[in-house]
Design a protein around this ligand. Structure first.
Ligand code: KMH
Ligand code: ZN
Length: 304
């Protein structure tokens, strides 16, 4: 059967941006991350985008040891493809960020395609008290934070992971990042089909207007023709609106508590699986089908 009407759901389970104070449902411990990942896969996620955290404080932890505490369980419990972050947290250096992907050689790793201001400082005032003392400084420091992804950094990650057969989720936060990807394609350092993850709604990146989504898609079409597979993630409250627009335009969808803590206006999502179920409703409502992990492998030419 053709994969034409299949939509890949990626679920980003915990990330490195949201903090424990923001939601009691944000998975922090290895047990929680494993359980959330398995439930998301069960609900329809074909790809699991994974970060690790310190179980005591919820602080992002990019050591391979932290990933080793949940990865075997996730791999054993589901056929969903594993996607390990190389973004880590915007505070980390690229050498630290790449270590888990280099060690575990996943089918997919994220690759951030350019530097941006990464603004979260405006969230610091929203909470009166924080559970852990790293949280407020983490948010406030983003007033002066550049999420650095220089050409050298990108090349470093590519070269470190390429021989492992890992393919990339190219995270593009702005139009220029598509051009950066085209540059690496021209140099022969990346191979199609490119899995382009367009990110909308981060302060410092492109906005969430329908025209922004159109502009990303049109530019990617012009640069890559039929050599890319398009996926979108909308940050915060834009998550499902962006997902619905992109799915209607033939795109794939990323959801998960890394990107949004919400399941409706003012209502916290109680799990990653809840957001996956909402994505499934959109896809099926459009008369399309949710891709299985093997269909996703086929579409993205993953190593399996
Ligand atoms: N937090 C997302 C907006 C990464 O892990 O490489 C982007 C992300 C980065 O997922
Ligand atoms: Zn991530």
């Amino acid at each position: 059967m053709s994969n034409e009407n299949k939509v890949i759901i990626t679920c980003a389970i915990t990330g490195a941006i949201h903090t424990p104070t923001m939601s009691p449902y944000l998975p922090i411990t290895p047990d929680q991350i494993a359980a959330e990942a398995l439930a998301a896969a069960e609900a329809g996620a074909a790809i699991l985008h994974l970060h690790a955290r310190d179980p005591e404080t919820g602080k992002p932890d990019q050591t391979p040891e932290a990933f080793a505490r949940f990865l075997p369980r996730v791999k054993q419990g589901t056929k969903a493809a594993i996607n390990i972050t190389t973004g880590g947290s915007p505070y980390m250096k690229v050498e630290e960020r790449v270590r888990p992907a280099a060690q575990f050689k996943p089918e997919v790793a994220s690759l951030n395609m350019g530097s941006i201001n990464f603004g979260l400082y405006h969230l610091a005032d929203r909470y009166k008290e924080f559970k852990f003392d790293w949280e407020k400084p983490h948010l406030e420091a983003t007033r002066d934070l550049v999420f650095r992804n220089s050409f050298r950094d990108i090349e470093y990650i590519l070269k470190t992971c390429y021989d492992n057969g890992t393919r990339f989720e190219f995270e593009c936060y702005d139009i220029a990042h598509l051009y950066n990807l085209a540059h690496f394609a021209e140099r022969g350092l990346v191979k199609p089909p490119f899995f382009v993850q367009s990110v909308f709604g981060l302060l410092g990146g492109i906005g969430t207007h329908p025209e922004d989504v159109m502009h990303m898609k049109r530019t990617a079409d012009r640069l890559f023709g039929d050599q890319f597979r398009w996926s979108v993630l909308g940050a915060g409250g834009s998550q499902l609106r962006i997902a619905a627009q992109a799915a209607a335009m033939g795109g794939n969808i990323r959801v998960g508590l890394e990107d949004s803590l919400w399941a409706g206006k003012g209502r916290l999502a109680t799990s990653n699986a809840e957001q996956v179920a909402m994505a499934r409703k959109i896809i099926e409502g459009l008369g399309k089908q949710v891709a299985t992990p093997d269909e996703a492998r086929d579409i993205l030419e993953l190593k399996g």
